[in-house]
Ligand binder design. Structure first.
Ligand code: CA
Length: 254
């Protein structure tokens, strides 16, 4: 399938720096959003190490060369699924290495939402509270489930999604790169249809805008991913822009 995409990362209206990273490798059909944490420059460092390391591993495994899988092979998922899953775990190891080397980076971490496309199949990986949505026939559905404290509360029926978006602990992630060596990466694979749009985003979008507004803005752009990306960022800023806002839209066409 033919892919068109647009990536925008915006500092927002309250933060001094942008700790999000967004990355596209069109040749390998790799798309990544990472949201760094750790204060000062550390968050920026964590998210950029993550996207660089994921790309490094995906590029190194793109040919037909013999590969050593550093964390073993997962038989339950495809080759490309394994490439992406291992790339995220490889990136986790890199973030942890840098954390140990330099005290100013102690405690830094990052989320990852990543897509690796093979034909009509989209392999999805995520860790943390950056999300992947599917927009199909003007309907938005969230494909990933946040690894966050507020999501655990929602799942337990203690708070609503609406309350979660403004909860004081909304930024607490329960899983991130830079946490532990045996990182669990949530994987899934989806068959894409012509006209489908995948949206990868950081919580600077989803804490500002409810899902129905995100869905409307993408649908109103009528397949124009550039316009959709700009409209989403503008809307999140208009609503306060309290965090860095990153959106990456990928449209699938025949
Ligand atoms: Ca964020």
């Amino acid at each position: 399938m033919k892919l068109t995409y647009e990536a925008v990362s915006d500092v927002g209206r309250k933060r001094k720096g942008n700790e999000d990273s967004v990355f596209v490798n069109p040749e390998n059909k790799l798309f990544v959003v990472a949201d760094g944490m750790g204060g000062h420059a550390a968050g920026e460092v964590a998210s950029s190490i993550a996207v660089d390391s994921i790309n490094e591993f995906v590029c190194a495994t793109g040919g037909d060369e013999e590969i050593t899988w550093p964390f073993g092979l997962d038989e339950s998922i495809s080759y490309d699924g394994n490439r992406l899953k291992t790339a995220v775990r490889f990136a986790n190891r890199k973030v942890l290495e840098i954390t140990k080397e330099k005290t100013e980076y102690e405690g830094m971490a990052t989320t990852v939402a990543a897509v690796l496309v093979d034909g009509a199949t989209a392999n999805l990986a995520h860790v943390g509270d950056s999300r992947i949505y599917l927009v199909r026939a003007a309907t938005l559905s969230q494909l990933t489930s946040d690894h966050s404290w507020v999501n655990e509360q929602i799942q337990s029926g203690i708070i609503s999604a609406e309350q979660a978006r403004s909860h004081p602990l909304r930024n607490v992630v329960t899983r991130a790169l830079g946490g532990r060596t045996d990182l669990q990466v949530d994987m899934q694979s989806r068959e894409m249809e012509p006209g489908d749009i995948l949206l990868l985003c950081s919580d600077g979008l989803t804490n500002m805008l409810p899902d129905d507004e995100i869905g409307s803005l993408v649908s109103q752009a009528a397949g124009d991913v550039k316009r959709a990306a700009r409209d989403l960022v503008d809307a999140a800023n208009a609503r306060g822009g309290e965090d860095n806002i990153t959106v990456l839209l990928i449209k699938f066409e025949e």
